[in-house]
Design a protein around this ligand. Structure first.
Ligand code: SF4
Ligand code: SF4
Length: 187
């Protein structure tokens, strides 16, 4: 009979490959939150998110913008006295949220992540003009004009290609990626 895992166990399993200690070792000291440059933009501080995971508050964690706001600076991971890789936990939460299709409405992160992975699966390369299309609707008209001018400058100076390129042996890459990312069919 299949055993249903608790939310905290699911996150622990996703983090299994991480070299950091498991989140159950958290002392709730708050060093991570105090070190975080993005905490003022987060619904819950890193310390709170760890507490919510440990208490299996799945709904509250998935509704939080915290892990989508994380800037991956690794200050928290470096300073945690319990050796927990909090930055890696933020990635684990993003992956989990995408697999479950549950995240806070209106965030750019989930849409951007899905577009990015699909682009990599389809071509093996990142192509900025296509990625930009996923977040341009959130920009003001002034921002769009500025972005357009910057993109034109990058293309003209040869720093950004006009058309997307594909890697060699793309099928091999696609097989590999699809084994580890259940993100749905790509076009
Ligand atoms: S710094 Fe480490 S031990 Fe302290 S609250 Fe954050 S995760 Fe827990
Ligand atoms: S890695 Fe993320 S959570 Fe940790 S300090 Fe940096 S921004 Fe904050």
């Amino acid at each position: 009979m299949a055993v249903e895992l608790s939310f905290s166990k699911e996150i622990e399993n996703i983090m299994y490959a991480s070299h950091g200690k498991p989140i159950k070792d958290c002392l709730q000291c708050g060093t991570c939150s105090g070190s975080c440059p993005a905490v003022e933009f987060m619904d819950n501080s890193p310390r709170e998110i760890i507490g919510l995971i440990s208490a299996d508050f799945k709904k509250e964690v998935l509704a939080s913008n915290t892990y989508w706001t994380c800037a991956s600076c690794y200050h928290c991971s470096v300073r945690c006295p319990a050796g927990i890789d909090i930055a890696d936990m933020m990635y684990a939460l993003k992956r989990y949220s995408m697999w479950k299709g549950e995240f806070q409405e209106g965030l750019i992160g989930p849409e951007f992540s899905e577009s990015f992975v699909k682009m990599i699966v389809n071509s093996g390369r990142s192509f900025e003009p296509l990625l930009a299309a996923t977040y341009l609707p959130k920009f003001s008209a002034r921002d769009i004009v500025q972005e357009g001018l910057m993109a034109t400058g990058l293309v003209l100076s040869g720093k950004m290609p006009l058309l997307p390129k594909k890697v060699k042996r793309l099928k091999n890459l696609q097989r590999m990626v699809r084994r580890i990312i259940p993100i749905g069919e790509t076009k």
